[in-house]
Design a protein around this ligand. Structure first.
Ligand code: CAA
Ligand code: NAD
Length: 295
């Protein structure tokens, strides 16, 4: 299948990036949000990125216009009916995702590919929301943040995912100019199984007063050549998402290294979700990181 019409559910951090990349690759994209305010915010993020690309002289205004013409926002699942591929990118909560897959089961064309961008949940767990004949077309399509910059996508196969689905998804990832790796439907897949304990350990270091937030980040950035320090990256991922992911991983493996530190829970309880809410380990001015905040 040559995937030309793509539906993205959720236009937050990840959904907006997925919709942006698919529109840039020449697909017709419908992005569905929960309400008008979130849709406006998500679409503004995409258009803002395109405006910056024009300002920097990376694309022409005509190219930008062509991308914009490929993108439509909606609040209705019904508008996703023509899509060849549907990618769910709503919050990391199984009940919410099951409700979304039930809606996709209702509206999707027969043979449409149904994917989740979940960071940690089992993709197979979405199955009960779908008619049995759809299961060979269900898979994980795990993008990385920020989607427009990160070249990897994990393609996750369940025991029911067909070979045809995997090859369609690999071709789609290639069409986006990204690299696919095949990952098992095991908690955290490949990357988060390794990355999340590292980020949680850094939060434990901050909690125990090992050093300041800035020095922990500078240490790992300059000492190990990482593009960002771990607390900066945790803010970037979203501390609410970090907490949900660590709960799933701890539940699955029972190992203390996957357990959400109390500091993470306290920050989330205080509404400090990281970049998306304007404060986390750092204060954020929109996309820009400002000073570290008191813990
Ligand atoms: N969205 C889109 N583009 C962005 C961006 C964002 N949020 N932030 C920066 N960029 C772009 C900039 O516009 C710039 O583009 P140009 O070169 O075209 O001008 C480019 O990225 C470089 O930006 P900067 O010079 O400002 O910053 P940088 O060199 O530090 O790069 C970065 C930014 C790519 C985000 C880099 O810091 C990085 O790779 N960080 C690590 C990200 C990472 O590890 N992501 C994985 C998170 S885990 C995950 O996603 C899985 C999960 O399930 C939780
Ligand atoms: P986010 O909170 O930024 O965005 C989620 C969006 O989904 C919100 O805008 C919300 O309004 C919307 N939404 C909720 N219910 C909806 C519905 N019924 N229909 C349409 N939209 C709805 O979250 P995010 O960081 O983009 O994460 C989304 C998914 O991607 C999660 O499963 C997360 O684990 C995964 N993920 C996150 C990252 C990351 O770094 N943040 C990386 C890879 C994967």
């Amino acid at each position: 299948m040559d995937i030309q019409r793509v539906g993205v559910i959720g236009c937050g951090l990840m959904g907006s990036g997925i919709a942006q990349c698919a529109a840039e690759a020449g697909c017709q994209v419908w992005v569905k949000e929960a309400n008008e305010a979130f849709l406006t915010k998500g679409l503004a993020r995409i258009h803002g990125a395109w405006d910056r690309a024009v300002t920097k002289g990376k694309v022409t205004p005509e190219q930008r216009q062509a991308w914009a013409a490929n993108l439509q926002g909606t609040l209705s699942f019904d508008d996703l009916a023509p899509c060849d591929l549907l990618v769910e990118a709503i919050p990391e909560n199984l009940d919410l995702k099951l409700r979304t897959f039930a809606e996709l089961d209702r509206v999707a064309a027969p043979g449409a590919l149904l994917c989740s961008n979940t960071s940690s949940l089992s993709v197979a767990q979405m199955g009960p929301a779908l008619a049995p004949e759809r299961l060979p077309r269900l898979a994980g399509l795990h993008f990385f943040n920020p989607v427009p910059m990160m070249p990897l996508v994990e393609v996750i196969r369940t025991l029911a995912t067909s070979e045809e689905t995997l090859s369609d998804l690999r071709a789609f990832v290639q069409k986006l100019g990204k690299t696919a790796v095949l990952a098992p439907d095991a908690p955290g897949f490949i990357v988060n199984r390794l990355l999340i304990p590292y980020l949680l350990d850094a939060i434990r270091c901050a909690e125990q007063g090992l050093s300041s937030v800035e020095d922990i980040d500078t240490g790992m950035k300059l000492g190990c050549g990482h593009p960002m320090g771990p607390l900066h990256l945790a803010d970037f991922v979203g501390l609410d998402t970090m907490q949900s992911v660590s709960e799933v991983l701890f539940d699955a493996f029972g190992e203390p290294r996957f357990k959400a530190p109390s500091l993470l829970r306290q920050l989330v309880a205080a509404g400090r979700f990281g970049r998306k809410s304007g404060s986390g380990f750092y204060r954020w001015e929109g996309e820009k990181r400002a000073e570290a905040l008191p813990l």
